[in-house]
Design a protein around this ligand. Structure first.
Ligand SMILES: *Cc1c(COP(=O)(O)O)cnc(C)c1O
Length: 394
């Protein structure tokens, strides 16, 4: 009784996702809901498929958004491609590789691991050795952009090695899509999933996926039913597939899809390469700022993601109180370390709409103010200056 409408505070989102949502997307989502079999809606979905193909750089006919967040895209790949008894090589170098293991085991698959330290990319040499030792492996799964650490793996090389050993590949591109080069067809990726709330800057809750012909062959020739009714692509394709009859499977999240459509239109307007370059440019400025302050990156430069910056915490500083002060006093959200990195790093996201100069300078200035006030050993004032210098050069 007496409850009122919820009005969230206005924050700047520079954590590991969700990222700041472009107001154009929120406006698109507030347009009138229509039926999910309405010809106007179906036409919008057809257009969205083309936009997603562009974002993924693929011609795969099965390219669509799963009606649930990135984790459901992950699950869609595993439940459709893993049959009981299948051996799956999982590359673990952060949180999301571990989550893949859960998926494989729940599908009755047998997981074999390639382990790398958190903050390192997946080591292709280890993958090669693991596949040689496991000639019966059927699938290789890895995370392209590990959001838990900020490390990027060499997807092209890992896919090449997997194919040499006749394995299909499942690639997590939740944080890479739109933020860093990703070429599904050129690299030969078989099944891929992403999310809307990272570098696409859309609201959370949808997961774009794409399957090539080889992956679809495996799905169509399964001996056992896909264990999830909702995520069974054999059924979903009846709605989404080419020439599909748009048979009712589930009610599409209509307004959420308006949002994704708008996000992809924005990406197309900017151009993929320009979006990748923008993420790199703002990362360079943020990096100059952090390093001038005295914070260090935990990922080697060669494998560092521009959209997810993991940096060390100054000696003697309680990282959680810094984050809560940033949130309460500056309405700025940055991320904490996860798993092995909990308490050791901050994760600062520069994703999609949030990757801009105002945010970079605001983040450096706010963090500088809080840390200086807490008596941290940093070079006060140096961060913003270094970032401005980086911008004047770029
Ligand atoms: C965020 C993320 C996910 C999970 O996506 P949700 O939308 O939170 O379910 C999976 N993998 C990676 C690499 C992510 O960053």
């Amino acid at each position: 009784m007496g409850s009122k409408s919820f009005h969230p505070p206005v924050r700047t989102l520079m954590g590991p996702g969700p990222s700041d949502v472009n107001p154009r997307i929120l406006e698109a989502m507030s347009r009138p809901t229509i039926g999910h079999l309405d010809p106007a809606f179906v036409a919008m979905m057809d257009e969205m498929k083309g936009l997603l193909q562009y974002a993924f750089q693929t011609k795969n006919a099965l390219t669509m958004p799963v009606s649930a967040p990135g984790s459901a895209g992950m699950e869609t790949c595993f439940v459709n491609l893993v049959e009981p008894g299948d051996k799956v090589v999982i590359c673990r170098n952060g949180v999301f590789g571990m989550r893949m293991t859960e998926n494989v085991e729940r599908c009755g698959g047998v997981a074999v691991f390639v382990d790398d330290e958190w903050g390192q990319p997946v080591d292709p040499v280890k993958l090669e050795a693991t596949l040689q030792a496991n000639p019966d492996a059927k699938i290789v799964a890895f995370v392209h952009a590990e959001t838990s650490t900020g490390a990027q793996s060499d997807a092209k090389t890992l896919v090449e090695i997997a194919h040499k050993h006749a394995c299909l590949t499942i690639v997590d591109a939740v944080t890479s899509l739109g933020g860093t080069p990703l070429k599904v067809d050129e690299w030969g990726i078989d099944a891929i999933y992403s999310g809307t709330q990272k570098c696409l800057s859309c609201t959370p809750g949808l997961s774009p996926i794409s399957f090539n012909e080889a992956a679809l062959e495996k799905v169509k020739n399964r001996k056992t039913k896909v264990q999830s009714w909702f995520l069974d692509l054999n059924l979903v394709m009846g709605y989404w597939g080419s020439g599909a009859k748009r048979a009712y499977h589930h009610t599409a999240p209509i307004n959420a899809l308006y949002g994704l459509h708008e996000a992809l239109v924005i990406l197309e307007e900017e151009g993929l390469e320009n979006s990748w370059a923008r993420h790199a440019r703002h990362h360079a400025a943020l990096r100059a700022g952090f390093e001038a302050m005295g914070l260090q990156f935990i990922v080697d430069e060669a494998h560092r993601l521009p959209q997810l910056n993991s940096v060390t915490i100054p000696e003697g500083i309680d990282e959680a109180s810094v984050r809560s002060r940033l949130l309460n006093e500056y309405n700025l959200e940055i991320g904490a370390g996860l798993g092995a990195l909990a308490g050791k790093v901050w994760r600062v996201g520069l994703m999609g709409f949030a990757a801009n100069q105002t945010n970079v300078l605001f983040c450096l200035q706010s963090l500088d103010a809080v840390l200086t006030d807490m008596g941290a050993a940093i070079n006060s004032g140096a961060g913003v200056k270094a970032a401005q210098q980086a911008y004047s050069k770029s």
